[in-house]
Ligand binder design. Structure first.
Ligand code: NAP
Length: 283
């Protein structure tokens, strides 16, 4: 399948495009700033998007491009909206006109106002600008397209610079690691996310999917599991409570993946099972 990937040079994108090529797709990678072997484009610009679609005629657009720094988005609401909603709006229009399927990578942060185990059809209740723009993008896609998939994911690990490598680096250097005991979500291994995405791509599934890990963990529990699996000193990890009057992240965001796992017939491993796959970069 010919897949145009936005955000191709991002943390997820650069691993995802390699995976998609390995499993036999033809990938058209689009980045914002100049990167080798990637198309460089500002996707907020409608003419640019329509030109790309005409020139490369993809079967599917896999939309990852976003401003992902929560604090930046909060402090720069207009810029966040222009990118995180604006690009989706332009892509949805192009997909509608050219009958192209759209797969949108969304976030668990479309929820967060309440603590509940969220299902795919629950109504979003974001607490941040980033979450609001993701939720607005989802709503636009649902209202304007029929051939779409919205994939919500969370707290990805499986690449250098992720939470796993931060814990490993600190503990290996015998430094204290501060981990939040009251910040909870579902860590998700990129290996599981990519396999689920590929199933959705190949089967042409439509609708909303929760491609998340099967456990909701606090950052403290998460760090302790990392220490245990890599035989590092767990006593260096200090549990601290985050002050949510200062930090804008929603405290507990737990997504249920049960419906998605059953419909895709794919069951992600637990953190403990997946961490050994991260050993090459983590320590
Ligand atoms: N990482 C996670 O744990 C996580 C969890 C849930 C959801 N997600 C979603 O997954 C997607 C990828 O996340 P990530 O962690 O890989 O984010 P990232 O590293 O910040 O990558 C986002 C990419 O978007 C591109 N971009 C920004 N503005 C653009 C514009 N105007 N035109 C074209 N491209 C633009 C950037 O390109 P340049 O690099 O060229 O500037 C950047 O590489 C995002 O949609 C994010 O919301 C991620």
């Amino acid at each position: 399948m010919r897949i145009l990937v936005t955000g191709a040079a991002g943390m997820v994108g650069k691993h995802l495009i390699r995976y998609l090529c390995q499993v036999g797709h033809q990938v058209i990678p689009v980045a914002f700033v100049k990167h080798e072997n990637m198309i460089c484009a500002d996707l907020r610009d409608e003419a640019t998007v329509f030109h790309l679609v005409k020139m490369y005629a993809p079967d599917l657009i896999l939309h990852l491009a976003a401003l992902t720094n929560l604090s930046f988005c909060e402090e720069n609401k207009e810029a966040s909206h222009a990118t995180n909603y604006g690009i989706t709006e332009v892509l949805a229009r192009a997909c509608s006109e050219s009958e192209i399927r759209l797969l949108f990578l969304s976030s668990d942060y479309v929820f967060g106002k309440y603590d509940r185990v969220w299902q795919e059809e629950d109504i979003p209740c974001p607490t941040t600008q980033y979450g609001m723009d993701k939720a607005a993008s989802e709503s636009l896609i649902r209202d304007s397209l029929s051939n779409y998939a919205i994939v919500r994911t969370a707290q990805l690990y499986g690449f250098s610079g992720d939470f796993v490598s931060l814990v490993c680096d600190a503990l290996t250097a015998r430094q204290e690691f501060i981990a939040f005991a009251n910040l909870v979500n579902c860590p998700t291994w990129i290996g599981d996310l990519f396999a689920m995405l590929n199933k959705i791509i190949l089967r042409g599934d439509r609708g909303i999917f929760h491609c998340v890990g099967s456990e909701a963990l606090s950052r403290y529990q998460y760090a302790c599991e990392v220490a245990e699996v890599f035989a590092l000193d767990v006593s260096l990890i200090k549990a601290v409570n985050l002050d949510f009057l200062v930090d804008i992240r929603p405290p507990r965001v737990r997504l249920s993946g049960a419906y998605t796992y059953n419909s895709l017939e794919f069951y992600p491993g637990r953190l403990k099972d997946n961490l050994p796959f991260c050993s090459s970069y983590a320590i």
